[in-house]
Design a protein around this ligand. Structure first.
Ligand SMILES: [Cu+2]
Length: 335
């Protein structure tokens, strides 16, 4: 009986040729650096933003690169800090930004700077390692790049990441739609004169990091009150700053400083407005931050912003960071 693996000489030659071809192809694949595509941020309408790297956990080979596209009206950065580096303000960069096509191996930071509206940025990874990725504008927008030796197999290909990104985009943006209704409900049940300055939710859909679904809107953006009433804004968006600004905008929309306000006993900032031409700026504010182990505790900061209206009229206001995305509101003050 012929053994299963006993082949005539011609077949052996054929098999050898096939093996050699396969080996050559795999060598070629290892030698040619691959370029993976990803996005930094996605949006529904510009008021619904997923502050997310999609995908946010990827496996590549040493020498490969990743190109991120920034498709949104919201600003983001692609930033690889050095391990242990103190997180800088996005205005400072790490410091500054590094050119498109920079290499990252953990010894010097790489930062795209703030990009948006279809810009792209590519990073190449010459050495194996597991590297954290963050957006310097959004604390809850992170990812991980696993850079493997070319001998290691990669678990996924571009098609998988594209599919994953599509699914996550749908989920994150539908979260944002649901959050808009929830924010409105929260402020209505809390107070007759409460307004939410944005709402957001932080979620992990891979082990690689966190995304934020964010609604860049004032919820209850048209409110009617009477002279003498106080309207109170709360920001329900972890890690996403907003402002409440009446009248003239500050020169730097990202300046955290308020103007024409006093501080209430509970730490809230409070302004009195008697004319639609009054200039009042809350400065950046958000919910008291979460905690991190082995890092100095951050103070609660300003948790609420209040304005008392002393005259009737229609008072328009904006978030200086997101007004171009439609984050504007009106207080109608009746006698
Ligand atoms: Cu805003």
């Amino acid at each position: 009986m012929k053994g299963l693996f006993t082949l005539p000489p011609a077949s052996i030659a054929l098999r050898g040729a096939l093996l050699l071809a396969a080996f050559t192809a795999s060598q070629a694949r290892l030698a040619a650096a691959d370029q993976l595509r990803a996005v930094a941020g996605v949006q529904g309408d510009s008021g619904k933003q997923a502050l997310a790297f999609l995908p946010n956990e990827v496996w590549i080979h040493r020498g490969d690169s990743i190109t991120w596209t920034f498709p949104t009206d919201e600003r983001h950065t692609v930033t690889f800090l050095m391990p242990g580096q103190i997180r800088p303000r996005f205005q400072n960069g790490c410091p500054g930004s590094t050119p498109d096509g920079s290499s990252y191996d953990g010894t010097a930071c790489v930062n795209s700077g703030v990009l948006m509206d279809g810009q792209t940025y590519t990073v190449t990874f010459p050495l194996p390692g597991n590297f954290k990725l963050t957006c310097l504008v959004h604390v809850y927008m992170t990812g991980v790049v696993h850079v493997l030796d070319p001998a290691e197999p990669l678990p996924h290909d571009q098609a998988f990441y594209d599919q994953e990104a599509d699914a996550e985009q749908s989920e994150l943006l539908s979260d944002a739609s649901r959050l808009a209704g929830r924010g409105e409900g929260i402020v209505r049940r809390t107070s007759d004169t409460g307004v939410a300055a944005g709402i957001a939710e932080v979620v992990a859909t891979t082990g690689g990091g966190v995304h934020t679904s964010s609604v860049m809107r004032f919820l209850r953006d048209q409110i009617v009150v009477h002279v003498g009433d106080t309207v109170e804004w709360t920001n329900l968006a972890p890690g996403v700053n907003h402002t409440v600004t009446f009248g003239a905008e500050p020169e730097d929309p990202f300046a955290p400083k308020s103007f024409n306000v006093t501080t209430d006993a509970d730490g809230a900032l409070h302004a009195v407005i008697g004319s639609p031409t009054d200039d009042v700026h809350s400065g950046l504010f958000g919910p008291a931050p979460g905690e991190r182990v082995n890092v100095a505790q951050a103070p609660p900061g300003v948790t609420r912003f209040r304005v008392t209206f002393t005259a009737p009229g229609t008072f328009h206001y904006i978030c200086t960071l997101h007004d171009t995305q439609g984050m504007v509101g009106t207080v109608m003050v009746h006698p």
